[in-house]
Design a protein around this ligand. Structure first.
Ligand code: ADP
Ligand code: ZN
Length: 844
């Protein structure tokens, strides 16, 4: 669709004159810029009818005619401006829209929302996201505002009784109480409803007082109850309040003393969970120091990003809570982002135990619940919002502080459009609000560490982030001892059957004997991770995904972990028919079977996405473990994060290598994070704790650093590699994925795209490397062949084609310009789709 379709091309003068009286000369009119959530890109101008001019502000949704058919379409108003128009409503060169020329603007049909859903600041934030992540603004708006909020989920239109002004004035002798009440009965609810803007505001003209006609005592009583009610009442509510039947109410309505308007009401109210109060800990010296630094920035109303590097169990959460207490005291509010998986009642409980009004935003909320929480937050009644990624958009009216715990977690990046990273959005929002942002982690991402420490990122002697350190656990508890078991040299002759080395077995026995609990991590779900024929070599793969099928024992099926394609577990090779087909590789199900055989009487629980289906399953499992009803907890990375159980005296990592050989330049970093995090689950109580890591790569830098709790050692080994290969943080990166059901078509288009990017980069003189197209590591998913292209725009290092930009921001901006120009005119063949991911984390 081109912008031309916006304008009514063949409108007759008389038709136009119907809508707006002929203007004798150039006149100023209100013109609204409107964008659409789907289909069309970019902003379109519409003429705002005089009656709506006073009500329309940016951030409201509107209904406008779109396209040749003038389909009534829902859009977002993002700006309202006075613009000069030629006679008969022709736009006089509106700058927002070059093609406006002298065409006639169509008229906006109506306003949908009663109140604006987005403040100016949030609108600016969404624009930044659209610009930075190269995503249409309409899509960003839809992501920022949950569907439940847009659709008013959990509310209904209710008929409210009111006393009209003329009787109110007479009866009470005071001024109108109706001002500010939105006469919204004519507001649009759907884009399809027929609009009659003229019918709006039936009560708008002032009326002169009228005497109240004579009433029976009963009627007078009912009238007085409604007149003096502090809150709006429905007929039923009034009958209850006045202890009367419907008869006098109906009578008063007939007399015109009561009228009815509709109002949107929430039908459920929320009881805030009551949690016993907890008194604060006495802070240790490093906690105190970090808190004071953060609070200094708070008091000066300054933007600053802090990177709080604190080992597991160093008391970071206590620092967050203290800082938020300071924020709340000054009448402001805070957002705490945690990974979805850590959003357990235990985590939330720590905030509830210290603040009266906490809102929790997690993915299991229904639309109605989400809407209710959103309204409560927007009303300013909430002190702290605790939530996963999208809570970064929580509409707190007086935001004072933002915190991102476990900032290195990849789940803070959204993997569908808009592909935003909550950390970058939070940084932007904090800057806009002049407030501090605290990023906390025991294992900060290399990108954040770089911004906090690197020489290269200093401006005027200051790093972009300020580093705060808490190098010790609270109460001087030691970090657990970590030992590795070298699986290469493991004596395989009969001693090590299955996945558990005899040293690990012995340690489990000892831990259990001493009354402790055990956590075992294996980051692969299912039973056997691949199925292969020893006779012909055929591996059983998903026909749509080109990925090995995983055998699931419980259902006796072979399952694709990407598209859920499933077949009955093959007893013989599907290709050559050989009956001895082999099931290889260990998943958590097989581990569970082995542990049950080794420790038949020990209560055990498996946690992975197969067992943790449904809301509350996760928490029920953790409660059983906390109460000691379960002695061994085994699972995927799900159990590695954030759990705080003092009785865990042993953590076993069954295979440290699962993430190490993935074709992703962050494979080492992920491995380091995962081992460090899971190791941090032990030694949190007085009993101490130890960690045993089984690996085929005991000398790998990431595994060695993790076993010595040595973050700096990991950084020292990893940074030079990234620099050598020009990976982030030494470059700004974008990734393209082109996919389609036809392999050669997708490949050809990816080639065309890479070509266009290379040409544009050369023209723009961008110091960058463009890799690909190459088949993506997952070269076929759900029936689509996938190709990817990587761009690395160098930052602060020399590359073949010249010296890179020194500032990451400028390099990124120039890279995005190249992308825009290079992709502007590319047209993907039918069926072929492409996406661009800025600062990608997913390389597969
Ligand atoms: P982190 O988030 O850094 O892993 P937590 O904030 O979870 O650490 O703290 C670990 C444990 O120590 C928690 O049970 C917490 O209540 C406790 N704690 C925090 N600060 C102190 C302190 N100053 N003195 C004693 N215990 C503390
Ligand atoms: Zn599949």
């Amino acid at each position: 669709m081109t912008q031309r379709n916006l304008f009514q091309e063949n409108i007759s003068e008389s038709e136009w004159d119907d809508v707006r009286p002929v203007a004798p000369r150039r006149q100023e009119h209100w013109v609204a810029s409107v964008i659409f959530p789907k289909g069309v890109d970019g902003a379109f101008d519409y003429l705002v009818p005089e009656k709506l001019a006073g009500q329309l502000t940016p951030g409201l949704r509107v209904v406008v005619p779109l396209g040749k058919g003038n389909r009534e379409t829902l859009g977002w108003c993002i700006a309202v401006e006075r613009k000069e128009m030629a006679p008969s409503g022709r736009a006089a060169g509106t700058p927002a829209n070059e093609t406006t020329g002298s065409r006639q603007l169509k008229e906006l049909l109506g306003i949908v929302d009663e109140r604006r859903l987005l403040s100016d600041k949030m609108l600016r934030l969404t624009r930044w996201i659209a610009d930075y992540y190269l995503c249409p603004l309409g899509q960003v708006l839809e992501a920022v505002l949950p569907a439940g909020v847009r659709d008013h989920a959990g509310t209904r239109l209710t008929s409210i009784l009111y006393v009209p002004d003329e009787y109110r004035l007479q009866a009470s002798g005071v001024g109108s109480r109706e001002c500010g009440v939105n006469q919204n009965n004519s507001k649009l609810q759907t884009p399809n409803s027929k609009l009659k803007p003229e019918a709006r505001n039936p009560e708008s003209e002032a009326r002169s007082p009228k005497p109240v006609p004579p009433l029976t005592p009963k009627q007078q009583h009912v009238f007085d109850v409604l007149l003096h009610s502090e809150v709006p009442l429905t007929a039923t509510e009034l009958s209850r309040a006045a202890k009367c039947s419907m008869v006098p109410i109906q009578h008063l309505k007939r007399l015109g003393l009561f009228r009815v308007r509709t109002e949107r009401r929430q039908h459920s109210t929320l009881d805030e969970a009551q949690v016993p109060r907890q008194s604060p800990h006495e802070l240790n010296a490093s906690q105190q120091r970090c808190l004071e630094t953060i609070c200094g920035t708070l008091r000066r109303n300054e933007y600053r990003t802090f990177l709080l590097h604190g080992v597991t169990g160093s008391g970071k959460t206590e620092v967050y809570i203290r800082a938020i207490e300071e924020v709340v005291l000054s009448g402001r509010q805070a957002i705490v982002l945690v990974p979805e998986i850590s959003l357990t009642p235990q985590t939330v409980g720590r905030f509830r135990a210290r603040f009266d009004h906490v809102a929790v935003l997690h993915s299991h909320l229904t639309d109605a619940e989400r809407h209710r929480e959103w309204q409560r937050i927007a009303s300013g009644k909430v002190q702290v919002v605790v939530g996963a990624r999208s809570a970064v958009f929580a509409p707190l009216p007086r935001l004072g502080l933002m915190i991102i715990d476990e900032e290195h977690e990849h789940s803070f990046k959204q993997d569908t459009a808009p592909r935003y990273h909550a950390r970058e959005v939070a940084r932007r929002r904090a800057e806009e609000e002049n407030i501090p942002l605290v990023l906390g982690s025991a294992t900060p991402s290399l990108e954040s560490w770089h911004r906090a420490t690197a020489e290269e990122t200093r401006v005027a002697g200051t790093n972009e982030y300020r580093l705060l350190s808490m190098p010790h656990r609270v109460r001087n508890l030691p970090l657990p001892h970590v030992s590795t078991i070298d699986l290469r040299s493991a004596d395989r002759s009969g001693h090590t059957r299955g996945a558990i080395h005899r040293h690990l077995h012995a340690a489990i026995v000892e831990s259990l004997d001493q009354g402790g609990q055990v956590i075992l991590m294996l980051n692969r779900r299912g039973f056997s991770t691949h199925i292969q024929c020893p006779a012909c070599g055929e591996a059983v793969k998903c026909p749509d995904c080109d990925v090995s099928l995983t055998y699931h024992h419980s259902a006796d099926v072979a399952l694709c972990h990407y598209c859920d394609h499933r077949i009955a577990a093959p007893p013989r090779c599907p290709k050559c028919g050989f009956p001895g087909i082999k099931y290889h590789g260990y998943g958590t199900q097989k581990l569970e079977q082995e542990i049950r055989q080794r420790f038949p009487d020990v209560p055990l629980l498996r946690m992975d996405t197969d067992t943790m289906q449904g809301h509350g399953a996760h928490e029920r499992a953790l409660t059983q473990f906390r109460e000691g009803k379960v002695r061994i907890l085994l699972g995927t990375q799900m159990i590695a994060k954030g759990l705080d159980f003092p009785n865990v005296t042993l953590v076993g990592v069954i295979s440290a290598d699962t993430a190490l050989h993935v074709p992703d330049f962050r494979a080492s970093e992920r491995t380091f994070h995962l081992i460090t995090q899971v190791a941090g689950r032990t030694g949190r109580g007085d009993r101490g704790g130890q960690v045993i890591v089984q690996t085929f790569n005991p000398d790998h830098a990431a595994i060695m650093a993790a076993s010595q709790h040595d973050y700096q050692a990991f950084i020292n080994s990893e940074r030079p590699m990234r620099k050598l290969f020009g990976y982030p943080p030494y470059s700004q990166m974008a990734r393209f994925v082109v996919r389609g059901p036809n392999e050669s078509t997708a490949q050809a288009f990816a080639g065309q795209m890479a070509e266009s990017l290379r040409r544009q980069a050369a023209e723009t003189d961008l110091a960058c490397r463009i890799l690909g197209p190459a088949p993506a590591p997952f070269s076929k998913l759900r029936g689509n062949f996938r190709f990817h292209i990587h761009i690395h725009a160098a930052v602060g290092i020399a590359v073949r084609d010249g010296i890179a930009d020194r500032s990451p921001g400028i390099a990124n901006e120039r890279m995005r310009t190249v992308i825009r120009l290079a992709t502007n005119h590319l047209k993907a063949p039918t069926d072929t789709l492409w996406i661009v991911d800025i600062d990608p984390l997913d390389m597969l």
